[in-house]
Design a protein around this ligand. Sequence first.
Ligand code: NI
Length: 213
Amino acid sequence: MAILKIARMGHPVLRQRAEPVADPASEPNAAALGRFIADMVETLEDAGGIGLAAPQVHVPARLVIFTPPPDDAAEDSTEDAEEADGEAPGAAPLTILINPEIEPLGEDQELGWEGCLSVPGLRGLVPRHSAIRYRGLAPDGSLVERGATGYHARVVQHECDHLDGVLYPMRMPDLSQLVFESEWRHVVAAARDEAQDGGQENDRQGEGRDAQP
Ligand code: NI
């Protein structure tokens, strides 16, 4: 296994549309893919992130990995839902998704803070669909299909954007909400003051999370 180099904003691989992964479960694809996925997992763990897309490690393929946050339970309609039921509450299994597709459920969007391993040191307030269904293939070729809301849905949308050459700042309607991580505590403090003053309810879900999708 190896820790892979992470591409940063400005590298062309992050702006191109990634290619579908061919027949993941068949040899010899499966062996090479298995090694690559192991390297992605190690890279994600080393970086301390919660999600990683293949283009972020300079491979323009439609493959993402992420750890759904435990407090946004997925509604899982695949076989591994039963396995997940057997795990300790709060366990968040790593999901590997090949050739993923996202379907928004309804029109609702919500703002939330995001970071990105390819945009180090920054955070931004990004609108995302509140509820989605997503589907893709597991490395063994089986279908993964889930519903997701909240932060789980946000992470999946962020990762899949990487496959279409989209980085989260490109989704931001208000670049005044793009801040350095080191200054982010000011944003949190201001939002807290606003809430205490009975100001307008903010829907900045995800505040307080230390996430790097
Ligand atoms: Ni990212």
